[in-house]
Write a protein that binds this ligand. Structure first.
Ligand SMILES: *Cc1c(COP(=O)(O)O)cnc(C)c1O
Length: 387
């Protein structure tokens, strides 16, 4: 099989799972966002709206194109864009709204689509954390003109690094295709080999108990350039690295094809495990996930809970071998982000800032089992829940 045919099979299978759209696979999720924005003609002085509770790597593509990110605060129960605050942020320069489905909870898509429709704005869904989630029975990723996905280490399924754009609009998908043909590079052989080795090691080594340890070792090596981290130092400034716009490698695409075959099982497993968290946390008297079950069917990537002592919980977890996640650590995760350069001023999104200070997230990946969940609940409920 040629490079192209492996990719096109992966893309086709992905779009088939959704039953609509055209899929384009990239080196990372952020690259897929860049392709969508660029194909949509977003450029100098345009504005793009997104929640102020995100990752800086999601903001970079906007800045790379010379556009301005405009942040909307979140709704505290779902951590998603608050539609009540959205309309006020729209100006004559607004081009698009990024509806990020955080942790797996879907945005209030009726409200978002309604506001966007009235103002003639494009909706792009960030499904990096919400593969398989549904809103009123319809899959997240099928509402907007385009959506994007990530298959980085921590995402619903992993190909090491990886991203996908799903384009639900013919003219836009022709633009993306043209952009890929004319401008996208193939990854270097050396980086693909390095990623492949990491992916093999990951599949062998990363069990929940060792994750904190492995991640620490991994981050240290990544800082020295010995392994491929998810982000490079260059990506903490809003200037596009020369080799940013890359396709996915056939190695990742093959891995993705294997993951897609197990996707229904992955989704069902995540739903069942999240329900087990609901049950066990509820038994401990904790407030559990609050969402309207008649509207939303979330497939969680991690299970977020609020604690009063986030730093303490994270430190204890590392010692106890409990896998707690800490994203998002600030409105533009991670803490190292120079937020003013990305047009975020402290105080802009108070609910997002509060959530950043309180939320830790609990594991739900395919290797999470009932025992892990029991242990994790025992651990986290020794702390005090925040409201
Ligand atoms: C991970 C993530 C991205 C970016 O994905 P990469 O593949 O790391 O580029 C974008 N948005 C959200 C919400 C994410 O969690």
């Amino acid at each position: 099989m040629t490079k192209e045919s492996v990719l096109s099979e992966y893309q086709q299978r992905f779009a088939e799972w959704f039953g609509c759209g055209t899929a384009f696979a990239f080196w990372k999720g952020r690259v897929a966002l860049y392709a969508i924005l660029k194909a949509a003609g977003v450029g100098q002085a345009d504005e793009v709206i997104l929640p102020g509770y995100t990752c800086v790597m999601n903001v970079n593509p906007i800045k790379y194109l010379g556009a301005k990110p405009v942040y909307v605060d979140i709704e505290p129960r779902t951590f998603n864009i608050n539609p009540g605050l959205l309309a006020k942020k729209i100006t004559g320069r607004t081009k698009a709204i990024i509806a990020q489905h955080t942790y797996g909870y879907t945005c209030d898509m009726d409200a978002v689509m309604d506001i966007a429709g009235r103002k003639g704005l494009m909706v792009i869904e960030d499904c990096c954390l919400a593969l398989g989630s549904r809103y009123k029975g319809k899959l997240a990723g099928t509402f907007g003109k385009a959506s994007y996905f990530s298959s980085q280490w921590n995402k619903p399924y992993t190909t090491g690094l990886g991203g996908m754009a799903l384009v639900n609009h013919k003219a836009l998908s022709e633009k993306v295709e043209e952009l890929v043909r004319n401008e996208a590079r193939w990854p270097e052989f050396a980086e693909v080999i390095m990623l492949w080795a990491q992916l093999c090691a990951y599949r062998m080594l990363v069990y929940p108990r060792t994750t904190a340890l492995v991640q620490n070792v991994f981050r240290r090596l990544a800082r020295r350039g010995a392994v491929l981290g998810s982000s490079t130092q260059q990506e903490f400034q809003p200037v596009m690295p020369a080799d940013f716009f890359k396709r996915i490698s056939p190695m990742q695409a093959r891995s993705g094809l294997r993951q897609l075959k197990m996707l229904d099982e992955n989704v069902a497993n995540r739903e069942a495990m999240a329900q087990l968290y609901d049950k066990l946390l509820g038994e401990k008297g904790w407030r559990v996930r609050e969402f309207d079950k008649s509207v939303m069917r979330p497939v969680m990537v991690r299970y977020p809970v609020r604690v009063t002592e986030k730093a303490g919980a994270l430190a204890e977890a590392a010692k106890a071998g409990v896998e707690l996640g800490s994203w998002f650590e600030c409105p533009l995760h991670p803490k190292e982000t120079p937020m003013e350069i990305y047009d975020y001023k402290i105080g802009m999104c108070p609910e997002a800032e509060k959530a950043s200070a309180q939320v830790v997230n609990l594991p739900l990946h395919p290797r999470t089992n009932k025992l892990t969940i029991h242990r994790t609940v025992e651990f986290i409920t020794r702390f005090q829940q925040a409201v």
